[in-house]
Design a protein around this ligand. Structure first.
Ligand code: ZN
Ligand code: ZN
Length: 262
């Protein structure tokens, strides 16, 4: 699997990045035996549509997966709808959108559309903890997160870039909870939010701090952990230092435009 960071700033777009969006791709085999690359975008925050256009023709996108329906994770779905519906070469095929809650109603609310628009460029599928779905060779499992709205973490098992299978886990937005640890169990790569600074942000039930992200990674036994969703006022060095106290695996912090082999 290959991960491309389209946007990684937490809660809003930042000076150097769109808000959350990650392109995950893997080569698989179609029913007729043809090999091709499958592409799923996880989250479509503000500015993400433009970044996606810079790396992938949206006509080649197979699915969208959303960890929850906060605007910084899904607002550019409206741009994706317009692109697919009104493309000058003709409407693009409908693709699945996996999310908690009612993705169609959320899209309509962002768009300001009326009941006449069914958003037929998407096939909305509600996911709950314990459910699963597949995008080509990538098998998604859904785990419960702890956030201010229904939110999930994803565990994705797919072909490794080095041969064999690999596990990629994505925390979504969450505070420390068992579901996120389970999603990341023995993951080859854990992409983990760390929006908050430990001594500054003492409220609970919204996000991870550096220390709590480190605990998730350590408890899960993740082989490599990349921190993300840092808010513009959160200090990367502080968060990294706090995470390092609990976690002794390979640790980094993503930046927009980076590509990782999993
Ligand atoms: Zn967020
Ligand atoms: Zn959120």
């Amino acid at each position: 699997m290959k991960l491309t960071v389209l946007g990684c700033t937490g809660s809003m777009s930042g000076p150097l990045s769109a808000s959350s969006s990650y392109l995950v791709q893997a080569t698989g085999v179609e029913a007729d035996g043809t090999r091709r690359e499958y592409s799923v975008v996880i989250e479509l925050g503000s500015g993400a549509m433009g970044r996606l256009l810079s790396v992938l023709d949206p006509a080649r996108l197979d699915a969208i997966a959303l960890s929850h329906l906060h605007a910084d994770h899904c607002v550019d779905i409206v741009g994706m709808h317009v692109y697919r519906k009104w493309h000058p070469d003709g409407q693009l095929p409908a693709i699945p959108v996996y999310s908690p809650c009612d993705g169609r109603e959320r899209t309509r609310a962002i768009d300001g559309g009326d009941e006449a628009d069914s958003y037929e460029t998407f096939r909305f599928v509600e996911v709950v903890p314990g459910s699963s779905f597949a995008v080509g060779p990538m098998a998604f499992e859904v785990f419960e997160a702890w956030h201010t709205v229904p939110a999930v973490a994803f565990r994705i098992v797919g072909p490794s870039e080095n041969g064999g299978e690999a596990v990629f886990a994505f925390s979504g937005d969450t505070d420390y909870c068992e579901g996120v640890v389970e999603a990341a169990r023995n993951a080859d790569l854990l992409l983990c939010e760390a929006a908050l600074e430990d001594e500054r942000d003492t409220f609970r039930g919204v996000h991870l701090t550096g220390a709590r992200a480190g605990h998730v990674a350590a408890q899960a036994g993740a082989k490599r952990t990349l921190l993300t969703h840092l808010q513009p006022w959160t200090d990367r060095d502080v968060v990294m230092a706090h995470a390092r106290k609990a976690y002794h695996g390979e640790l980094g912090c993503v930046e927009a435009g980076e590509v990782y082999a999993i």
